[in-house]
Design a protein around this ligand. Sequence first.
Ligand code: ATP
Ligand code: MG
Length: 397
Amino acid sequence: MENVLLVRYGEIHLKGLNRPFFERKLVEGIKHALSDLGATVRMEQGRIFVLGIKDKDRDEAVDRLTRVFGIHSISPAVAVEKEWGAIAGSAKELMQRTLGESEQATFKVMARRADKRFSMNSEEINRELGQVLLESFPGLSVDVHSPKIKMCVEIREKAYLYCEEIPGANGMPTGTAGRAALLISGGIDSPVAGYLMAKRGLELSAVHFYSYPYTSERARDKVVDLTGLVARYSGPIRLHLVPFTEIQLAIYEQCPPKETTVLMRRLMMKIAERWARADGALALITGEALGQVASQTLESLCVTDDAVDMPVFRPLIGFDKDDIIDIAKKINTFNTSILPYEDCCTVFVPQHPVTKPKVEDLRNSEAMVDFECMIQKAMADTETLIVTQSGSEKAEA
Ligand code: ATP
Ligand code: MG
């Protein structure tokens, strides 16, 4: 009897000729997630089998797989020879384990015969195995409609038995959609935005703007931590930490006060776009939601978009804050996001920001200051880290 993790995948099924590419990326993602656990990964007839995981690592392996995009569900299974005695024996063992302390339970056997050479058909397996289990466990009764325990049996090149189906993260395998750059603040929204886009198969770069000494070292560490939490799903992230104080002061001192926030947003976008290009990313991602604050009115978003040529993805555009918070909790970024901190956006907030800015006005204000020079300096002084789920290190120049 051998322990196996049976992995089902979702939307990739819809792919036509490209399917092998998506499958290969999914297998890579799984191997990467389990690299230190000694796993071997095999793909067969639309299923992925993970073998060689030690008993003590099994829960950890399943937990990690629930964060690999492209996986629909995971079943910890046992694999045995396709021989009735072995199948019945391991079904009893598995039932014992699943029942645990409880004495009473309803159940149903659900067999699938992928290998049609096996002498019994699905119906026969259901009936015979049901009988074996009823005889061995007096507290069991059959319920075909809503059983508490589903004893699943798949007859393939081996027989696989399992009772559990753990939901996966779904989405598309990482690296199947190219790369985009996330503007990440220390807030609740942007990590969620990054997660949602990574879920569609994007690899991520990230850009963060800080305004030392107006924002603290702690605020910076918090952003590195948040990036690490997103990297649990997306894989390694190149994080660019851009000094923004000089630009912010120039905006504050030389431009109309009511335009401060929108101008700041435009300059952030411009710098992020340059880092995105440098990393081979084709789009930007922000955590903006329509109407959430003055800089997120439709007019403001248009003015922000005008600053760059790349498409800007805003996966939260139609979300309420409560819905965003639910996802932040689910992906475990919420508690870090709400730690007290100062963001450069909150340090220089105008009292009466424009809510309907005009592109022309902003372009004019921007032209009054030599921002290009400051942008280049900020880029030159940027610190780049490679952030993974287990820490961060400086990127090589
Ligand atoms: P968040 O919770 O993500 O901070 P928010 O609702 O506070 O979002 P804003 O502060 O207006 O909204 O920022 C809107 C978006 O701009 C953020 O979601 C993020 O993508 C980007 N952004 C804001 N501040 C920064 C920053 N310091 N560095 C990088 N990106 C930022
Ligand atoms: Mg913010």
